[in-house]
Design a protein around this ligand. Structure first.
Ligand code: ADP
Ligand code: MG
Length: 676
């Protein structure tokens, strides 16, 4: 199959440079990756029901013959209605089509068809509105692909069909033969064909089982190889614990949980031949920064340089300011390096870094560039790590002589999952919030309440408080949603028009972002309209309202993060989620947030409520994105863990010839991580 990853998809019929570009937006850049673009769902047209047997109100396929058709009826304006009566010999149903003349014209009276839609019981018996209709020769299970506005599901299906025909008869299967036998897995060729175009339900199940296994096996191999690499390393051993000295400079009393975690980290660094390698989990506001600062302090006082990497410039700056203040009496030298650091300044920082005159360097991805060279890098901390991939962390740690590593996770990860996915990291949990924190009151409302919400906001702004409004990222073709800029216009036409309103979004350059953020944190802006750039870490205690538009667009953990931006001071604060989504599942999901403020509970619920196909959220946790495995595949995760262990125990580098195809897939997963 490796050769298909090198085959350009433009070699397929009907795909030119323009179309190829659209495929690329979906991450498809070769015939091979097209075959790995699995359907999001299926429509089962393979076993049509009779009318009476069809489950009422559920979408399904019914086979029936068209008995009669009434002439098209034009009702108001442009709406044309077509009515048909279809019978399966025993029962009849009325089929209504709206404005679908092209479909209607294709049908012939007396002809037998498959109707895909929901059968309902109406006043005059069975009926079905706007079904898909196809000839009876189309009895099969059909793939449904996630598509874009300019690339339809049909076009994707067409391309996949051609690609599947190019699969060689024989090729190396990434999963070794004995493992396939042991776990009862079909071969890759069968799996690929049947995941797209299943022969029947069983074949689809077999295909899915195999592909899920493969994906999780490869994930486990990535993790396993990483952790094998780490076991051989050890960081600089530190002599003395300076935590008490640090705590005397801290303006507040640390919580017991903070003290415990600081101690766990420092003791690791004091062990002989050991590398501190820890995931620190703590709910929003649990005070992870102070913990990181304490560990940095001890490392730096022991003569090691520290790197502290944050996912956004805003956050990096914030850490820089708080650490500078905290360390003002320590004699330690702290610098900030981001993409917008001026060239002359950068030059100075880089040279002082090399000579060891800088103790702590805080920054963004900029820290990863090749010209950032440390004198004695001993500790690397990455904050809000889900924004960084495994590979990026590895790149930073490669700048030192296996430096100690701390990874701080913004979003709690359920413990079961953390242990499996971060098997190579020790886990520290800050399970306590600083005293005196207010619970943020959380509400879910529909857009009919918007005027009321605006009045509520206005009242708080008149009391000199501030407010965040978050809009989802708008992609092309989603006209139903407001972009942040459009929202600004809307507010300027509302009762909030006299407030000082600013917009913050990802497309702005760093300097613009910084000035917007600065004016908000200094209180010169009342309302900050933002996309999720403010999701992580931003700290403006005077902001007491978080209004989230189209809340259904966000994941639970993400919403919890957003909510964490308020309730940072002593004032009562509010999180208001607006959603017009009617689906009970969505409401249940959003209501979890109204009920709980416990990030770990929310993370568990988030995981539980994600349907199969809507993954572990591994992207969030800095692991490669999974394309097929889902929460329901937990048991497989355990199996692949032991399979991966047994493979690596014989062949730690996957260098044996029978593991060639497997190594290829491992590399593919890791590189997708780097490119993301
Ligand atoms: P997070 O864990 O979400 O990164 P931060 O480190 O940003 O949280 O801390 C949130 C706020 O709580 C900061 O303003 C910080 O100064 C404050 N804080 C941290 N620890 C304590 C504590 N033990 N007592 C009081 N305030 C604290
Ligand atoms: Mg933080």
């Amino acid at each position: 199959m490796a050769s298909l990853y090198r085959m350009n998809i433009q070699q397929l019929d009907k795909i030119g440079p323009k179309k190829a570009e659209q495929f690329e937006k979906l991450g498809i850049d070769s015939v091979g990756s097209l075959l790995r673009y699995y359907p999001r769902d299926y429509e089962d047209w393979s076993k049509p029901y009779t009318i009476a047997e069809a489950p009422i109100n559920e979408t399904c396929c019914v086979r029936a013959r068209i008995e009669s058709a009434s002439p098209p009826a034009r009702i108001r304006g442009n709406m044309v209605i077509y009515k048909l009566v279809a019978s399966d010999g025993n029962d009849c149903m009325t089929v209504t089509l709206f404005n679908q003349g092209f479909l209607y014209d294709r049908l012939s009276q007396g002809g037998e068809y498959l109707f895909y839609g929901a059968v309902k019981r109406g006043r005059n018996g069975f009926e079905m509105a706007s079904p898909k209709i196809d000839p009876v020769s189309c009895e099969c299970i059909r793939p449904i692909y996630s598509h874009t506005s300019s690339l339809s599901g049909k076009q994707i299906e067409n391309a996949v069909r051609q690609a599947a025909a190019l699969l060689p008869k024989e090729f190396n299967d990434p999963i070794p033969h004995d493992i396939r036998t042991e776990y009862g897995l079909c071969d890759l060729g069968f799996a690929i064909k049947n995941i797209h175009f299943p022969e029947n339900i069983q074949a689809l199940k077999d295909a899915r089982k195999r592909l899920v296994f493969e994906e999780l096996l490869i994930l486990q191999l990535c993790i396993g190889m990483r952790s094998n690499g780490i076991k051989e390393c050890h960081g600089y051993r530190i002599e003395k614990d300076y935590t008490d000295e640090f705590l005397r400079q801290l303006p507040f009393k640390p919580t017991n949980a903070q003290l415990r975690v600081i101690d766990e980290c420092v003791s690791d660094m004091q062990k002989p031949s050991y590398q501190l390698h820890r995931l620190i989990q703590g709910d929003v506001g649990s005070g992870k920064t102070a913990v990181a600062a304490a560990v940095c302090y001890t490392a730096a006082k022991n003569g090691l340089q520290c790197a502290f990497m944050a996912p956004t410039e805003i956050l990096a700056e914030q850490h820089f300011f708080s650490l500078t203040e905290l360390f003002s009496r320590s004699g330690l030298k702290i610098e900030l390096l981001t993409g917008s650091t001026r060239a002359s300044e950068k030059k100075r920082i880089l040279s002082q870094l090399l000579t060891g005159n800088i103790d702590i360097l805080i920054g963004t991805h900029a820290l990863l560039s090749d010209n950032v060279i440390f004198n004695k890098l001993g500790l690397v901390i990455t904050d809000e790590q889900h924004r960084f991939g495994v590979a990026q962390r590895a790149a930073l740690s490669a700048k030192g002589n296996s430096p100690h590593m701390i990874i701080m996770s913004a979003t709690p990860i359920p413990r079961t999952l953390a242990i499996i996915l971060f098997g190579d990291l020790d886990l520290s949990i800050i399970d306590e919030l600083p005293p005196g924190r207010q619970k943020t009151e959380t509400y879910l409302v529909d857009s009919s309440k918007r005027e009321r919400i605006y009045r509520f906001i206005l009242k708080h702004i008149n009391e000199k408080k501030q407010c965040y409004i978050v809009c989802p990222l708008v992609e092309q073709g989603e006209s139903a949603l407001f972009s942040a800029e459009e929202y600004y216009t809307r507010l300027k036409n509302s009762i909030l028009k006299d407030c000082r309103i600013a917009v913050l979004h990802g497309k702005m350059n760093p300097a613009e972002k910084e000035s917007v953020m600065e004016s908000f944190s200094s209180g010169e802006t009342d309302i900050l309209i933002a996309t999720t750039v403010i999701e992580v870490g931003v700290n403006v205690p005077n902001a007491v309202i978080m209004l989230i538009e189209n809340a259904e667009r966000f994941g639970l953990s993400q919403l919890h993060q957003l909510r964490g931006r308020v309730g940072r001071g002593t004032e009562r604060s509010y999180c208001i989620m607006v959603s017009d989504n009617e689906s009970p599942a969505t409401k249940e999901r959003l209501n979890v947030l109204c009920k709980s403020t416990d990030g770990f509970f929310i993370a568990d619920e988030d995981l539980r409520l994600r349907g199969p196909g809507d993954l572990f959220g591994t992207r969030q946790h800095g692991l490669p994105e999974l394309k097929i495995a889902g929460f329901s595949d937990m048991p497989t995760l355990e199996q692949t863990r032991s399979a991966a262990e047994s493979i690596l125990s014989n062949d730690p580098g996957l260098s044996l010839p029978e593991h060639k195809a497997l190594l290829f897939e491992v590399r593919r997963m890791l590189s997708s991580d780097i490119n993301a």
